[in-house]
Design a protein around this ligand. Structure first.
Ligand code: HEC
Length: 161
């Protein structure tokens, strides 16, 4: 090939590659968009809001002192959202690749959702007490967050990858 043609080939490749890249990111955006449109995705958006609120409020002793009421309220909301989300499992059961028995899949989902509800409730109850400390709240919040990842690793497909 002479120079001119090499230059053309390079440009054509770049154009094709950038087209592919923008096509990919568009597909990802749509995928993300779809997630927030599912009934469970909507619940999870609220879950995420309370999750952030509690994270901030339990960051240090001063923040906890100021926002203890907020921790109690948000944790109680999480417990409620867990109950709302529990029946919405149908679409996600098939994501549990390690477990092939449909009944066991359901049990696993229910078990994790119940744990999510219970740990959130425990945090709400603890934060409602006058003498509650930031460390107690933070430790209990860790047990809540463990249920998020327990469920996501099994039942939530990461479409962004
Ligand atoms: C028992 C299962 C389960 C638990 C517990 C759970 N999630 Fe989820 N979460 C899911 C599933 C399934 C999806 C995917 C929803 C979809 O794609 O329709 C999801 C999606 C999400 C999303 C993305 C929603 C969006 O708008 O795109 C966020 C954020 C999220 N979860 C945060 C959390 C946090 C924080 C916790 C814990 C405090 C938590 N989840 C607990 C199952 C769970």
């Amino acid at each position: 090939m002479n120079r001119k043609w090499i230059g053309f080939a390079v440009v054509a490749t770049l154009v094709a590659a950038s087209g592919l890249a923008s096509g990919l990111s568009r597909a990802q955006d749509q995928e993300k968009h779809k997630e927030t449109e599912t009934p469970l995705g909507k619940i999870m958006e609220k879950v995420q809001k309370h999750n952030i609120a509690i994270t901030k409020a339990t960051r240090n002793a001063a923040s906890f002192k100021k926002n203890q009421k907020e921790v109690e309220k948000s944790a109680a909301e999480l417990a409620k959202l867990a109950k709302d989300g529990k029946p919405l499992k149908e679409a996600y059961l098939k994501n549990a690749k390690e477990e092939t028995d449909p009944k066991k899949r359901q049990e696993k989902w229910d078990e994790i959702m119940d744990a999510f509800a219970k740990t959130s409730k425990d945090l709400a109850v603890a934060a409602a007490k006058d003498g509650a400390t930031q460390k107690q709240a933070k430790d209990l919040f860790q047990t809540v967050k463990k249920t998020c990842s327990d469920c996501h690793t099994v039942f939530r497909v990461e479409s962004e990858f």
